[in-house]
Ligand binder design. Structure first.
Ligand SMILES: [Zn+2]
Length: 107
């Protein structure tokens, strides 16, 4: 591929890219060609969807159980193991465990 000037910007997903006069190819997240040339958009899109599904599995994106409360949430990646609510709790679950008061003041 010599023609890089109108490539979409790098992103998180595979995308279908139209090659003028040729057809459609699938580009990987760093926008390198990741498939052969398809003559119809539907085939390219199907290939693209399959690659994205694979990528999601590999990066553990998509629905998963929160490490803290166990609620299912849409994870953004392998390091994202807390749901939105738990991530925005003060300090998160690990800190909370250590911050628990050891003495009782009114008992
Ligand atoms: Zn949670």
């Amino acid at each position: 591929m010599a023609d890089h000037h109108n490539m979409p910007a790098p992103g998180a997903d595979y995308v279908v890219f139209r090659v003028t006069g040729k057809g459609y190819v699938v580009l990987n997240p760093s926008r390198k060609q990741a498939s052969g040339v398809y003559h119809d958009l539907a085939s390219a899109q199907a290939r693209c969807d399959r690659l994205n599904a694979e990528l999601d599995r590999r990066l553990k994106r998509g629905p998963r159980a929160c490490m803290c409360c166990g609620e299912t949430f849409a994870s953004e990646g392998i390091g994202n193991r807390l749901c939105h609510r738990c991530r925005h709790l003060d300090g998160g679950p690990a800190v909370m465990a250590f911050a628990r008061p050891a003495r009782r003041s009114n008992g």
